[in-house]
Design a protein around this ligand. Structure first.
Ligand code: ATP
Ligand code: LTN
Length: 333
């Protein structure tokens, strides 16, 4: 690989992508493809930490690849691949499990939240989820990891694991940095602006799916929870609902909060919600068209997956060999 810095990130095929995933992660990946060597995975092994319906998981994996491309990721410029197609992820994850303390894993907020939500299935995979994520990132010697705010803690544990390993065995892993956008890093639920927008939320009115049609988008924004002040003003603490809509509008249009406040001065929440809804619907229309077109070309998507898996394997092989050697595992002759 050239001297360009390496970027790695991924999304779980655990549901349809939301506006939160788009604004917090994927939108920021698009400009990076010009300057960096970017590797983007569909992390299907991570999705298994919660029970999935096999036929749906298969479909969502393909649909997520189609969405990556529809959002503007060029499969030539970026390595786009499915995590389970490169067995090095699971292999390195096992090794890193032996360098991770149960105490640090039990402090992860995502684990605590998911354990509460899936109290009937608190499996070991859910607990060691961040170790597999560390393996994803460290395998490719990634310098930067573009993610939403919620993944910051997982990046910190990844750095700790890498540093711990390097302290014992020398410089094996690059220590990655998180890359979190200034606006849009934490899009909140439309129904409960204290909670993050999540694709696995049981109430579909709480999120905008990238595949929602315009009338559905408009109706979800119309129902979004706000406050009774009726002034479009950014105040995260006292006006979390309106502030959330403002951050959505700002990330898409590039307008500052000050500009948005001026634009809607003297107007009600109805007008503001309509504007946000229309802007989102217009942004998503071409993405949906491209997604639908790609989904009808199975052979094309399969080819991208195959090519991506080969490239991903090639890139990760060196790290895995080095790790095995450092640990004293006898090489297979
Ligand atoms: P799930 O509901 O299945 O846990 P999720 O919607 O939280 O999924 P992930 O696949 O875990 O999504 O995350 C993919 C990327 O989207 C990550 O970089 C994550 O930080 C980002 N992301 C997720 N939710 C939001 C949000 N509400 N706002 C901004 N970024 C988000
Ligand atoms: N845990 C991430 C998804 C993920 C990821 C990664 C993100 C898995 N492996 C590697 C960045 C880099 C999440 O968003 N829940």
């Amino acid at each position: 690989m050239s001297q360009k810095k390496i970027i790695f990130s991924g999304v779980q095929p655990s549901g349809n992508l939301t506006l939160g995933n788009y604004l917090g992660a994927i939108l920021n990946w698009i400009p990076l493809q010009e300057e960096y060597n970017c590797i983007y995975s569909i992390v299907d092994l991570h999705a298994l930490t919660v029970r999935q319906v096999p036929a749906e998981l298969r479909k969502k994996t393909r649909s997520l690849l189609a969405l990556y491309i529809a959002c503007g990721l060029d499969p030539e410029k970026n390595v786009l691949f499915v995590q389970s197609h490169n067995s090095a992820h699971a292999e390195l994850a096992w090794i890193l499990n032996c360098f991770t303390y149960t105490g640090e894993l039990s402090r992860m907020t995502q684990f605590k939240e998911k354990a509460q939500k899936h109290a009937d299935n608190i499996n070991a995979g859910l607990f060691t989820y961040p170790v597999l994520m560390a393996a994803d990132i460290l395998l490719y010697q990634a310098d930067l990891v573009p993610v939403g705010e919620d993944q910051k803690q997982h990046l910190e544990i990844t750095r700790d694991i890498a540093q711990r390993f390097n302290n014992i065995y020398g410089d094996v892993f690059t220590i990655p940095e998180p890359y979190i956008p200034k606006v849009g890093a934490r899009i909140m639920s439309l129904q409960n602006p204290e909670k993050k927008m999540s694709k696995s939320d049981e109430n579909p009115n709480s999120y905008i799916s990238l595949l929602d049609k315009p009338d559905v988008i408009m109706s979800k924004f119309r129902r979004a929870v706000t406050d009774s002040e009726a002034i479009v003003r950014y105040d995260e603490e006292n006006k979390p609902g309106i502030s959330n809509l403002m951050s959505i509008y700002s990330s898409i249009t590039g307008k500052s909060y000050g500009d948005i406040e001026k634009e809607f001065e003297g107007l009600g929440y109805g007008d503001f919600k309509t504007a946000v809804g229309q802007t989102v619907a217009e942004t998503l229309r071409p993405i949906q068209e491209k997604h639908d077109q790609l989904m009808s070309d199975k052979a094309y998507l399969d080819n991208i997956m195959k090519d991506g898996a080969q490239r991903a394997e090639g890139l990760s092989y060196r790290t895995l060999r080095k790790v095995y050697k450092k640990l004293g595992l006898v090489p297979r002759s």
